[in-house]
Design a protein around this ligand. Structure first.
Ligand code: ADP
Ligand code: MG
Length: 325
């Protein structure tokens, strides 16, 4: 049976799920949230029963502006931005995604219009449009908002060169946005900025605007290559442009538990970054890569799949860590 059949056939035996009979015969289904597996089972049961994520996460004391960056392409920046944003919103957090990649993949996955001419991150960076004017609500998920990227953004790297304070355009725009604050029910809990795969002016704008960096690292052979350059850039930004920036979160992506290589890479990343690395690694899964073509996150596309459960768990870890910070 394929992965797809298993997750669509309600009668299929799935080791994560207790059957209705089991649930009747045993104590309440949601009485144990002490381990990731127990929470995964709970999330799975809730998802399958169509229940809401009635277990809200702690709201941070003020909006956390998180930059999702790694100059390597294809390491899971966009996938992680989209799925963490949806996971957080499903847990009752108020989340804004800023798409800073001209490819607009995060905008596509979040089902937000990003045709040329749509108010977007380009207008914010280059024309000084406000965030409020460029923000689009997610069509289905309450509390989730997107500043999309249009193809115009491809020209921004060059256009920005001659613009005043070219590296702090996004910072200025976010600072002027009233929902990024410490107060008010309506305020945002998270801003997640999806960066392009380069260390140019777009990524620099994100680093200057952010409080925290979230670095997705793909569990593969060359995973750590290039990280030195990224960290040098972060140090430069901290020294000259944004003292408040810190690398708080590392997420291991596309983890294939069957290979020694992935395990070795994950171990190396954990040794190197220690407490920044989330305990939850995101497994490699076809469902994760299929979801965007349906304008969906894996969490809405296949809520019970391992990819969805991992992103929900990673979001929980992020929120709990941040609440203590
Ligand atoms: P980036 O934004 O860093 O360039 P993406 O998030 O676009 O990377 O991911 C690169 C490719 O890998 C995409 O095709 C995406 O669908 C796929 N992908 C990402 N995460 C996973 C995963 N956990 N399992 C399988 N495919 C994945
Ligand atoms: Mg991307």
């Amino acid at each position: 049976m394929t992965d797809q059949q298993a997750s669509q056939d309600p009668g299929a035996v799935n080791p994560y799920v207790r059957t209705a009979g089991d649930v009747d015969a045993t104590p309440p289904a949601f009485d144990d949230t002490t381990t990731p597996l127990a929470r995964a089972i709970e999330a799975e049961l809730r998802a399958r029963e169509g229940l809401t994520f009635s277990d809200p996460l702690p709201r941070p004391s003020r909006t956390r502006v998180m930059v999702v960056a790694n100059q390597k392409g294809g390491v899971g920046k966009t996938t992680s931005t989209v799925n963490l944003a949806v996971a957080l919103a499903k847990h009752g957090q108020r989340v804004l995604v800023v798409d800073l990649d001209p490819q607009g993949n995060a905008s596509t996955a979040l089902a937000v219009d990003h045709r040329r001419g749509t108010p977007s991150s380009y207008e914010v960076l280059v024309d000084g449009m406000t965030i409020a004017e460029a923000v689009h609500p997610h069509p289905e998920i309450p509390g989730l908002y997107v500043v999309p990227a249009t193809i115009d953004l491809a020209g921004a790297e060059i256009e920005l060169v001659s613009v005043v304070a070219r590296e702090s355009r996004l910072r200025k725009a976010l600072a002027a946005y009233e929902l990024i604050s410490e107060e008010g029910e309506e305020r945002l809990d998270y801003v997640l900025i999806d960066c392009p795969p380069s260390l140019g002016l777009l990524t620099l704008n994100a680093l200057v605007a952010g409080d925290e960096m979230l670095i997705p690292i793909q569990a593969e052979y060359y995973a750590l290559e290039g990280l030195g350059q990224l960290i040098e850039t972060v140090e430069m930004v901290k020294a000259h442009l944004n003292q408040g920036l810190s690398i708080t979160t590392i997420l291991i992506t596309m983890y294939d538990g069957r290979t020694n290589l992935a395990a070795g890479v994950a171990e190396e990343v954990r040794e190197h970054f220690r407490e920044q690395v989330l305990k939850t690694a995101i497994p490699r899964s076809v469902r994760v890569s299929e979801a965007p073509s349906y304008g969906q996150s894996v969490i809405t596309y296949d809520p019970g799949s391992p990819g969805a459960l991992s992103y929900l768990e990673a979001a929980r870890e992020m929120a709990v860590k941040g609440a203590g910070a």
